[in-house]
Design a protein around this ligand. Structure first.
Ligand code: GLC
Length: 557
């Protein structure tokens, strides 16, 4: 496709427009409400395109906007070829694509094809009787000998992944909510339907897809295999050939199971699968081995650096990294990795510096660019997320005190990321003139986009600067990664090198001043590319860092 200005910068077939771009995730329900029903919508997104253009982003990943009963906020689709009424119409969508394109911004759709809604006509047919032509669109099994589920596969949202359907007395598989039945990818008709639907959207001018739990589609449920099934990569190659292959689109797979080895299968140059994947090792490494994210561990910087560095190295000559701290399923970046009590601004800028100067395509989650924080809900009634509500029931039934669960939810619930975007200090943060579907974080009076834009020292301006730097300096896009001081629990120091240009990044992850001894190879002088305190143009043998200070120096030999 004739995508963004970036196409002009391509100098070799190995370079892609999405190498230099920065992506931005919009969670439509919570971004901007144009009609006062308390729910964000497509006209609302269109009204904010100039804001995104000013920030410098080149691609928007839209969380699902399709018709849906909204059991999982749109990740349960009942019509792949229509828009949810609360979000707008197909005309609105076409206008969004057009208006975005006019600003050199591409639109990535969220491709949710591991499962549909139970209200999708395919499932309505499928469940009707065993001989229905759509029966094999989903995964049905006879009950076990005792009448229970066929096996002990569990749903990610808690409880068994099998539900008995009274109409036929069989169980169907749902690896998420029971209202999200899993499609049967082994059925070639299912795959054809999906490819045809993808081509229908591609023809509307989108820039690509983010692919929901795409590592699940090769599942072999009878063998208890969910991710990385034996035909997963065959399906992706088939999809590539049937749809986006050869069209210069950006495709990013959500793959919680990815390892550096499998990431090369997905995104290797000659594989004809995807552009890149989202890997989550830096996320899951911080979870408790028993209670998972509901009991996160304190941040271990040495481990975090090891994981990020491992991915930088593994995909240094083939494949491509995505870079992100947050998304609609994760806590707010500054709450998780930074410090919202005393150093919200400094630590948010530090985190942005570290992430945006790595090799890969950065994804900014809405509100991250103004340092939005987790939301301190005080009762379970304020939560809306199906996962949080299911897990609360299960944990409290198992004996956990409700206030204990609330503590975990305050840190890890997906709703932390889903409270409305804070645009201004107007009521409800300027998100809606009505009552928002979920409460706005009370800190909107100070943490909001209008205030951030007005203040040149804000987190927003820092993001804008970093996004611009990526377009200006090939060393940020293509430079070789090397780390220093791997065992230091307080600082993240790395270098990027491309030909005669070196960039060294130094970041203090602690709310304390530190004195740092730098290895001789990392001592450079040149141009200060980024800083969240006073500019620095050299790295000497000893440097004194302020709390959460982060800066980058570029040297040309
Ligand atoms: C992905 C989405 C998440 C959704 C799930 C089921 O993990 O990011 O929000 O609930 O898939 O579709």
């Amino acid at each position: 496709m004739d995508h963004p200005s970036t196409a002009k910068q391509m100098s070799s077939p190995l370079q892609q427009w999405w190498h230099t771009t920065t992506a931005y995730q919009v969670y439509p329900r919570s971004f901007s409400d144009s009609d006062g029903d308390g729910i964000g919508d497509i006209p609302g997104i269109i009204s904010k395109l100039d804001y995104l253009k000013d920030l410098g982003i080149g691609v928007i990943w839209l969380s699902p906007i399709y018709r849906s009963p909204m059991d999982d906020n749109g990740y349960d689709i009942s019509d792949y070829r229509d828009i949810a009424a609360e979000f707008g119409t197909l005309d609105d969508f076409d206008q969004l694509v057009r208006e975005a394109k006019a600003r050199d911004i591409g639109i990535l759709l969220d491709l949710v094809v591991n499962h549909t809604s139970d209200e999708h006509p395919w499932f309505v047919q499928s469940r009707a009787d065993r001989d229905n032509p759509y029966r094999d669109f989903y995964i049905w099994r006879r009950p076990a000998a005792d009448g229970g589920p066929p096996n002990d596969l569990q749903s990610s949202f808690g409880g068994p992944a099998w539900t008995l359907d009274p109409a036929t007395g069989d169980y169907y598989l749902h690896l998420f909510s029971r209202r999200q039945p899993d499609l049967n990818w082994q059925n070639p008709r299912v795959r054809e339907e999906i490819y045809s639907m993808m081509n229908w959207w591609i023809a509307r001018g989108i820039a690509g897809f983010r692919m929901d739990v795409i590592d699940y589609i090769g599942k072999q449920p009878d063998a208890g295999i969910v991710t990385d099934g034996s035909r997963l990569h065959d399906y992706l190659q088939e999809m590539n050939a049937a749809t986006f292959g050869g069209r210069d689109l950006l495709t990013v797979g959500e793959t919680w199971s990815a390892t550096p080895q499998s990431a090369l299968l997905y995104s290797g140059r000659d594989r004809n699968e995807l552009s890149m994947v989202f890997q989550f090792e830096h996320v899951t490494q911080q979870w408790d081995s028993v209670y998972g994210k509901w009991r996160p561990k304190p941040l271990d910087l040495v481990a975090l650096k090891a994981v990020l560095g491992k991915w930088q190295q593994a995909l240094s000559t083939d494949g491509w990294n995505s870079l992100f701290w947050g998304n609609h399923d994760l806590p707010r970046a500054v709450s998780r990795y930074g410090d919202v009590t005393g150093y919200r601004v400094a630590s948010a800028k530090m985190l942005a510096t570290v992430l945006h100067l790595l090799k890969g395509t950065p994804f900014v989650y809405q509100g991250e660019e103004i340092g939005m924080t987790n939301v301190p809900f005080t009762t379970i009634d304020q939560y809306r997320d199906i996962e949080t509500l299911n897990m609360q029931r299960l944990h409290v039934d198992a004996g956990l005190l409700p206030e204990e669960f609330l503590k975990g939810a305050n840190e890890s619930s997906r709703d932390n990321a889903r409270t409305p975007m804070q645009w201004s200090s107007d009521p409800h943060g300027g998100f809606s003139s009505g009552i928002p579907w979920i409460d706005v974080n009370d800190n909107y009076t100070t943490v909001n986009a209008a205030a951030a834009i007005a203040d040149t020292a804000s987190i927003w301006h820092h993001y804008r600067h970093l996004i611009g730097m990526r377009k200006a300096h090939p060393v940020i896009v293509y430079g070789q990664y090397r780390s220093y001081l791997d065992d230091d629990p307080n600082v993240f120091v790395y270098e990027r090198q491309l030909d005669e240009v070196r960039l060294v990044v130094v970041a203090n992850f602690k709310p304390l001043p530190l004195s740092l001894t730098m290895p001789p190879e990392a001592q450079i002088r040149g141009l200060c590319l980024s800083s969240n305190y006073a500019a620095r143009d050299r790295i000497d043998a000893t440097i004194d860092l302020a709390p959460y200070e982060a800066f980058a120096v570029l040297e040309r030999r």
